[in-house]
Design a protein around this ligand. Sequence first.
Ligand SMILES: [Zn+2]
Length: 176
Amino acid sequence: MIIRHTSQIGEPVIRKKALRVKDVQSVKTKKMVRDLIDSMRYHQLVGMAAPQIGISAQIFVTEIRKTETRKNPKQLDHLRVFINPRIIHVSKKQETDYEGCGSVADAQLFAPVQRPNMVTIEALNEYGEVFILEAKGLLARVIQHEFDHLQGKVFLDRVRVTTAILDRQNYISRQK
Ligand SMILES: [Zn+2]
């Protein structure tokens, strides 16, 4: 198992548009996917994108596991791999909720981000097969957050109410 350093805001790879994956089935791609999954789990994140482990590639993974503050079974979701994803539809209805990010984890900031509450995404899975997923709620939010990373964006770019930004301790105390 290889746990990669999580690239932080300020590192150029976080602000670059990620390169398309040409060979989904290559050993190199398989290794990147494996490293992303291991790193996401190790850092206890619900999603992680390749630029966050220093790789410019259009890959992200999601997995919404049960935690102390996330117990609602409706929110939980199994491991998913997205390669060369395209968002093909977003709902008009938007929702605002707090987000954090492994790439601002050193700064430990959490802030409210408004996003469409439903999203339809097309991508390749780890076997190179095309799939289309319609996601809502927390999974839709995680997908949009990770997709943004592939465009060189972080959630802080989307924060409108900067006075609502919280540090980790204040964020956690409000979850209870
Ligand atoms: Zn992030």
